[in-house]
Design a protein around this ligand. Structure first.
Ligand code: FPP
Length: 257
């Protein structure tokens, strides 16, 4: 496996970033990985082959993000709405995290990557959750790139749970309604402890947010590409980061002159 990673580096290192620098790299990049099905269809292949190749893009992107010095990489791997897909496809998607971790966990540990998961654990199959929990446990003390899988994640569910949790605390007299601030809400979201994404990427030409981190992306820069996720590589990430570096973030204020 290590040889495979090394050879990937040798191959890709010949390609340099289009432009941009290692200064002002976004701290947190979140990605809506879309287009696996269309990628497969365009090649006359079953959709699951698209997901399988999407997994390879996860690996490429993780390595590239780490190299760039990105601190948090959040990947939308399965939404609360994806359960509506055919059972075979759902079963396949639920096997991918364990397949990915079975191959990559040792390498992730070696690269000081910390694996996290953001989503509702209760509905996940036991084997999926067990693989994620093992990876989280074995990497919890790593302080390099945080690889955060949004798995069975939905923003509205996250916010609903947060509101219920805070309402209960008010009912029980633990806090008052005046204590509910933006910061307190942040802490009670599934992303608690992770800064808001600086850059949101969506592949496949779709321009929607699909119930992804709706609270957290209030001031994120967005970058859309027509590339299908299984084709996404280091250069696309570099391109997105270079575009991010050209933007001026104002957070509703004015540019200082
Ligand atoms: C959207 O494409 C993609 C998904 C619902 C699944 C994303 C999962 C991966 C990329 C693999 C995850 C890997 C790990 C390691 C967890 P789509 O199927 O909706 O594509 P389409 O819009 O072209 O049909």
């Amino acid at each position: 496996m290590i040889n495979r990673v090394r050879s990937w580096w040798r191959q890709e290192d010949k390609q340099q970033p289009l432009e941009g620098s290692f200064d002002n790299v976004p701290e947190h990049v979140a990605i809506i990985m879309d287009g696996n099905g269309r990628w497969a269809k365009s090649r006359g292949l079953p959709r699951i082959v698209g997901h399988q190749n999407g997994m390879k893009a996860v690996k490429r992107t993780t390595i590239a993000a780490d190299e760039l010095g990105i601190k948090f990489l959040t990947l939308y791997a399965f939404s609360t709405e994806n359960w509506k897909r055919p059972k075979d496809e759902v079963d396949f998607l639920m096997r991918l995290p364990q397949e990915f971790l079975a191959i990559e966990l040792e390498e992730l540990i070696q690269k000081n990557v910390q694996v996290r998961m953001m989503g509702n654990k209760e509905e996940l199959p036991k084997h999926t959750l067990a693989a994620m929990e093992e990876a989280m446990r074995r990497t919890e003390h790593n302080d390099g790139l945080v690889l955060n899988f949004a798995l069975n994640y939905g923003s509205r569910k996250e916010m609903t749970d947060c509101v219920q949790n805070l309402a209960k605390q008010v009912e029980e007299g633990i806090i008052t309604s005046a204590d509910i601030t933006s910061e307190l809400i942040d802490k009670h979201l599934l992303s608690g402890g992770i800064p808001d994404p600086d850059l949101l990427i969506r592949t496949s030409g779709e321009m929607r947010l699909s119930n992804f981190m709706l609270w957290q992306i209030a001031y994120s820069e967005m970058w859309f590409t027509d590339i299908y996720w299984p084709e996404f590589n280091k250069n696309h990430l570099y391109e997105a980061v270079a575009e991010y570096q050209r933007r001026t973030r104002r957070y509703g204020g004015l540019t200082s002159s």
